[in-house]
Design a binder for this molecule. Structure first.
Ligand SMILES: [Ca+2]
Ligand SMILES: [Ca+2]
Length: 259
């Protein structure tokens, strides 16, 4: 029977006899304060368990950290970027750097997040006098867009923005040249009795020998057939169109994807 856990008369008598033979035992905490020592031991065990737990958790977190991104492209181009959220599932990257022949030609110092592990991008085009590099930019909560890097004579010439495209380039207007198709944003629907949405054109870009150029003729044709009239090349919520047109928009998108 443990001393101190329960204390019937028999135990008290045993304790009295033990102390009577050796009074120094009174100074020994293991005899007179054993319950307190048990509490201390339990506390130490709990602390040690917590320490082991935190070490394990931080070790596992460390294992999940995403490595930096490195992509090698043609024309001696290389892309490097850092994971925007090293410990999370979201796979966007920032601090993008572009190198050509080992020389840095671009460095993004903003927090712009790039989506660099997509099947369509990054995509490099080699034209007569320059290169065009398409890289997808995360636009949450809006639609993603593309940054187009114009590279000429191993220098970054300029950057502009394009919509993300629906597919790889296809001959969408049967003129034997390839086109990209995309749209700028996701339209909302509003209105009580008659539901309306904003004008959201499908924009077509043709791959020519001089670059990726807006195919205005085909863009006008496609959007006139959807909206009954052409209202321009950009998404515009001020131009309300009946929601019924939206199903025509979706049908055209499906046609382009499945063509
Ligand atoms: Ca074509
Ligand atoms: Ca065309």
């Amino acid at each position: 029977m443990e001393i101190g856990t329960s204390c019937p008369a028999q135990t008290s008598f045993w304790l009295f006899r033990k102390v009577a033979r050796n009074p120094l035992l009174l100074l020994h905490s293991s005899v007179v304060h054993k319950p307190k020592r048990q509490n201390t031991t339990t506390m130490i065990k709990t602390i040690l368990t917590l320490i082991v737990y935190f070490v394990l958790i931080s070790g596992l977190k460390g294992q999940n950290r995403k490595p930096d991104l490195y992509i090698k492209l043609e024309k001696e181009l290389e892309l490097k970027a850092k994971p925007a959220y090293p410990d999370e599932e979201i796979s966007t990257f920032n601090y993008l750097e572009i190198f050509q022949n080992g020389e840095k030609i671009f460095k993004d110092t903003t927090l712009t997040e790039y989506t660099l592990e997509d099947s369509l991008y990054p995509r490099l085009f080699d034209f007569k006098n320059h290169l065009e590099l398409l890289i997808e930019v995360d636009g949450r909560p809006n639609k993603n867009e593309l940054y187009r890097f114009f590279i000429k004579g191993q220098k970054l010439d300029k950057i502009d923005t394009l919509p993300t495209f629906l597919t790889i380039p296809k001959d969408l207007d049967k003129d034997k040249k390839l086109e990209y198709a995309g749209f700028w944003d996701y339209g909302q629907v509003w209105g009580d009795s008659i539901e309306v949405t904003g004008y959201n054109p499908i924009v077509i870009y043709e791959i020519t020998e001089n670059g990726i150029n807006l195919d205005s003729l085909t863009t006008i044709k496609v959007n006139t057939s959807i909206y009954g009239k052409f209202y321009g090349f950009y998404f515009n919520e001020q131009i309300e169109v009946p929601y019924i047109k939206d199903s025509k928009f979706k049908k055209e998108i499906e046609r382009i994807i499945n063509e």
